[in-house]
Ligand binder design. Structure first.
Ligand code: NAP
Length: 312
């Protein structure tokens, strides 16, 4: 449980000593390019200092543009922000890792990354096609590379000072364990879907034991309605503590010891999602007792993104 009632500046140490990650992260899975720029700018202005990107989102250039404008204003330095991006499935072959990393960095307009993640443990046919399919529409996987091969290439990026920390995403505990055991540089962060309907308690406990940051995506259940934002337990706590359902869900995530990613798309939502403070113990316990179980994103089973929000 966080000690201060103000959770906005919570930062979590990384297990490799490279620094701390702000618990409140802004996710950039936004299909519309113009909206990517304004939403990223609004998030920065609201106080978000942690930005989660991916080559798969095809908008690293726009995120980079917004960050560059924010840094150029002079009040925020590069060292004040924490930027992550992810290697996509079609670049798992070790010889493809560094070029993919450099291309992401170039699009983002940065000269180092705080965190680089393997987006999913599934290797697809290597190449520039992000969604390779056979004539029957089935994904073409790549059996010629293991996750450990890709991890070794990630370790080399850290050795060369190109990124400060590396980690995994969309992965189960069973798949994490052999990588953790074999790794020379241990994963610093594991990013998975998590919210009160998918608490992932076993993985969270493992991460806590090993000093790995558990980074929850979809903390608002992708904003789907009906869903978490309308859950009666969440709504009644929100009314009781004078916060919105979104603020309750985000506070719960931080107080249980996870970092999180949320994707507000305008300035008012960005301010709302950043303005979170600690819930009382009884509220946390009530949320922990919710019995509904629901996984919204099947990417963890196939490597294929299951949920892509529509642009508006
Ligand atoms: N590793 C992976 O495979 C993976 C997969 C999915 C996502 N992610 C990362 O996680 C990030 C966050 O995921 P997410 O988009 O599912 O986050 P989320 O915050 O759970 O859901 C975002 C949705 O919630 C709505 N919303 C945001 N703030 C709200 C508020 N205060 N009140 C009511 N509704 C609100 C938004 O609606 P509006 O559209 O109306 O603003 C949006 O549709 C992504 O951007 C991405 O960086 C990673």
């Amino acid at each position: 449980m966080a000690e201060s009632s103000d959770l906005r500046s919570t930062r979590m140490p990384l297990n490799n000593g490279s620094g701390r990650i702000p618990a409140l992260g802004f996710g950039t899975l936004i299909p519309d390019k113009a909206l990517t720029i304004t939403a990223t700018r609004d998030a920065l202005e609201a106080g978000f200092r942690h930005f989660d990107c991916a080559e798969r989102y095809r908008n690293e250039r726009e995120v980079g543009e917004a960050l560059k404008a924010g840094l150029a204003a002079g009040t925020i330095a590069r060292e004040d922000i924490f930027v992550t991006t992810k290697l996509w499935n079609s670049n798992h072959r070790p010889e493809r890792v560094e070029p993919a990393f450099e291309a992401s960095l170039d699009r983002l307009g940065l000269n180092y990354l705080d965190l680089y993640l393997i987006h999913t443990p599934f290797a697809f046919q290597p190449g520039d096609e992000q969604d390779p399919r056979d004539q029957n529409g089935n994904v073409i996987y790549d059996n010629g590379v293991t996750l450990l091969d890709t991890w070794r290439a990630f370790e080399t990026l850290v050795d060369h000072g190109r990124c400060r920390a590396i980690g995994l995403s969309d992965i189960s505990l069973d798949e994490v364990l052999p990588i953790y055991e074999a790794a020379r540089i241990k994963p610093a962060v594991i990013q998975v879907e998590s919210h009160p309907y998918l608490p992932e308690t076993e993985l969270l406990e493992f991460c806590k034991r090993k000093g790995i940051v558990f980074l929850a995506f979809a903390p608002l259940g992708h904003g789907m309605r009906p869903g978490l934002l309308e859950d009666p337990v969440i709504s009644s706590i929100a009314a009781r503590v004078g916060k919105t359902p979104a603020q309750v869900l985000l506070a719960w995530a931080v107080q249980r010891g996870t970092a999180l990613l949320t994707t507000p798309k305008d300035a008012a939502r960005a301010r709302e999602n950043f303005d979170i403070s600690a819930l009382p113990e009884d509220a946390l316990n009530e949320i922990n007792r919710i019995q509904t179980r629901q996984r919204l994103n099947e990417v963890v089973k196939t490597g294929v993104p299951g949920f892509i929000p529509q642009s508006r």
